[in-house]
Write a new protein. Sequence first.
Length: 134
Amino acid sequence: GRHVVTRHEINSKPTPPRFVMIGKMDRKIKVQYPTYIQDSGGGIVIDDVTEWEQMAYIETNPGNRTAGFGSNDSEAVNLWTYDIRVMMRKINVIKSNYTLEYLGEKYAINTIKVTNERKKQFYELLATKVDGNI
């Protein structure tokens, strides 16, 4: 049968991500999450790194623009300069202390936003390149 769209459905539809189509997720990115333990000398050392790889859409930011998550960037409350903007399916939880690895470079996550598109959840991440080991 024909589905009649109600006013409620129109109002509750999530706004789609502004810059991505699912078909563009053609880059491989690695998500890493270190766990720490205290060594015998009382220092904190990395015990293990949990990681997984998945396909993502990645936009680099050569001009170091600032971006945030208002309805447009100038209204955003949190403005960050960022090096890459990443869009990926939400398959696992990602937290701000996780790091991203892309093309051999390590990135710290500045902002995390979850968006919905076609009943699937996506992460939109802004991340900044970090030098050396964390």
